[in-house]
Structures are given as structure tokens and as C-alpha cells.
Write a protein that binds this ligand. Structure first.
Ligand SMILES: [Zn+2]
Ligand SMILES: [Zn+2]
Length: 337
């Protein structure tokens, strides 16, 4: 039976024959082949282990209870890896907000990989793409567009994509395109190659050794499940809040082109990363608070490290003035044209 036979109006026939144009993804986005397979392998393996471990951690805490050793290990390891992802992975490796000597670079690489959120190269590449195409076609984890550039109709589905399911989609970022500097850095690449060792150190070995040393075998199991695996999974959830909550809810200090916001709870949980609208406006700032009540703990620690000489060339607000001036010059030049 032809369409004409089905009794459709000419408008309906036209609609039925027009296929919507596929969104054009920007360069550096890969949607098939070995890079996609590698992404999916790592996502399923890593998150599979963490899901099982996190559930086991909750069951252990309920049935066996957790004592001081487990709670203390949870707290300091959560703090260390939150700083690792925020100050190390994000501000140092992605945005180059400050510089370090080789020993501190090793330290920041270690704590960044210990956050158990993929390799430094992949994280950097994804996040640079996020800034370049924030809340537009090409953003790897926007609540508004999926990995292929299709707009979300459901705000809830968009939120879930940004909060975590983007790591399971068939789109990935080409590290060669977005993270050439990391690929050329022998220190960072050593940690990229040995990342599973650092995942294991963070989620299993260090909490296990601390638990055994201070509380014996029972504490060792409690520390691995509760302070290691559950904590690593919770850290992924809090980190992703900057991509989901901070691109949908909260307040905006700056009217930028994307939907980024500052949000109080995320700011506390991530040690400052929730000041995400400030960050999208001035991505290179090492300290991203713009008011006394915007508490940027990661930034304060970086400033403290600068004072005692552990890091240097910290990108301050004074540099930002220069950035603003050059932006104004560029705008004036465009207007004059
Ligand atoms: Zn963002
Ligand atoms: Zn950023």
C-alpha cells in the first residue's frame, strides 16, 4: 500500500518523507571505533566494581557498623581525593591555573588519579570540550543535549545524562585533539598508564592497610568497603553535581552563554567547584570565590600552597583584569570593523 493509498494529506506526506537533519558534532568528538570501545570498557568495568563495592559498603555499615577508624579514613580520603579532582585534575591539568615543580606534579597526578574518574588525559579532554561547547551541541555532559547533540525534551533525562549516564554513551573525546599537552607530559602519562594501580590504591589498598593497622581484620574489611569503595563512588557523584546541578539550578553571578550556575550545597561538597558560574566566566582563575560567603576551599588551599612555595605562577584576579582588558579590546576591534 502506498502513502497516497493510506489517505494522508499532502502536508502529512511531506512530513513523513523529511528526516530531521542529524546535529553536526564538532571536531574531536568520536562516535564509533576503538576509542568508543575503550571508553565503554573502562566505564563498565570501573563503575561495575564501584557499584558492587558501594552496595557492599552500605550493607557492611548497616550490619557491622562503622567505627572511628572507618569514619576517619573515609573523611581524610574523601578530602584528599576531592582536592585531587578539584585542584589537581580540574584547575591544574585542565585549566593550568597554577604551575608546580616535578615533585608536586607527581603529587597532583597521584591524587587526581586516586579520585577514580578515568585517566588524566581523558578527563582533561572531556572537560576542555565541555567548556568549549557548554550546553550546546558537542558538550559531553550537558543537561540540555545528549552526547550526539540531540536536545533533551525531558529535564529529568537531561539531568541523569549530566549526572552520570554520559559515561555510558557511544560518544567520546579525542585526547589527541583536546589534551596534546598531557599526552606530551611524561609525568602525567606515567600516571595515565598506571591509573588502575592508583584506582586500587585509593579504593582498596590504602584504606585496607590503614584499617588493618589501627583496628585489625574487621576494620580492614570495613575500611575497604566503606572508606574505599563507597567513598570513591560517592566522590564521583559529588563531582558530577557540577555538570548536572550547576548547569540547571542555583544562582548566576555572570550572564554567560551557557547555563552554568553557582550552587551552595555542591560548593560545600566539592570544596568550591560548585561556584561553577564564576568558573565558566573566568575558567583560568585558581581561586573562584567572588564573595566572602562563596567558600572555595580548593582555591584557598592552592593560595596557601603558593605562600609556602609548593606551587607557583598562580593565576590571580589581577591577571583576570588583563584578560578583561584584552576582551574589551577585541570587542572594540569587532565593533569598529
Ligand atoms: Zn560546566
Ligand atoms: Zn573547568
Amino acid at each position: 500500500m502506498s502513502i497516497a493509498d493510506a489517505g494522508l494529506t499532502p502536508a502529512e506526506i511531506a512530513q513523513s518523507t523529511v528526516t530531521p537533519a542529524k546535529p553536526q558534532l564538532p571536531p574531536g568528538v568520536v562516535t564509533e571505533g576503538p576509542l568508543v570501545q575503550a571508553k565503554l570498557r573502562e566505564s563498565y568495568l570501573l563503575l561495575g566494581i564501584l557499584y558492587v563495592g558501594a552496595v557492599a559498603g552500605i550493607i557492611w555499615a548497616i550490619t557491622q557498623g562503622v567505627g572511628k577508624v572507618e569514619l576517619f579514613t573515609f573523611a581524610w580520603m574523601f578530602a584528599l581525593t576531592t582536592f585531587g579532582i578539584g585542584a589537581g585534575m580540574h584547575r591544574l591539568f585542565v585549566h593550568r591555573s597554577f604551575r608546580t615543580g616535578p615533585i608536586m606534579r607527581v603529587f597532583f597526578c597521584a591524587i587526581a588519579q586516586m579520585a577514580v574518574q578515568g585517566s588524566i588525559a581523558k578527563w582533561v579532554a572531556n572537560h576542555r570540550r565541555h567548556h568549549l561547547y557548554a550546553d550546546d551541541v558537542g558538550d559531553p555532559h550537558s543537561p540540555q543535549f545528549d552526547g550526539f547533540g540531540n536536545r533533551y525534551v525531558s529535564a529529568f533525562k537531561g539531568f541523569l545524562h549530566a549526572q552520570g549516564s554520559w559515561v555510558f554513551d557511544q560518544a567520546t573525546t579525542d585526547n589527541e585533539y583536546y589534551a596534546k599537552d598531557i599526552l606530551a607530559d611524561p609525568i602525567a602519562m606515567f600516571f595515565v598508564r598506571t591509573r588502575w594501580v592508583w584506582y586500587g590504591m585509593s579504593a582498596v589498598f590504602i584504606p585496607g592497610v590503614v584499617g588493618y593497622t589501627f583496628g585489625g581484620v574487621h576494620s580492614m574489611i570495613g575500611c575497604v568497603l566503606f572508606s574505599g569503595l563507597l567513598r570513591a563512588y560517592l566522590l564521583i557523584l559529588t563531582s558530577q553535581l557540577t555538570g548536572s546541578v550547576c548547569h540547571a539550578y542555583g544562582y548566576r553571578r555572570f550572564e554567560v552563554d551557557d547555563a552554568s550556575t553557582n550552587e551552595f550545597v555542591t560548593t560545600i561538597l566539592t570544596f568550591g567547584e560548585g561556584l561553577h558560574n564564576n568558573h565558566h566566566r573566568f575558567p583560568r582563575d585558581a581561586y573562584i570565590s567572588h564573595a566572602w560567603w562563596e567558600i572555595d576551599l580548593n582555591g584557598l588551599i592552592i593560595l596557601g600552597m603558593e605562600k609556602i612555595g609548593l606551587v607557583h605562577d598562580v593565576f590571580h584576579a589581577s591577571h583576570r583584569q588583563l584578560e578583561l582588558a584584552s576582551e574589551a579590546d577585541a570587542q572594540a576591534a569587532t565593533t569598529a570593523r
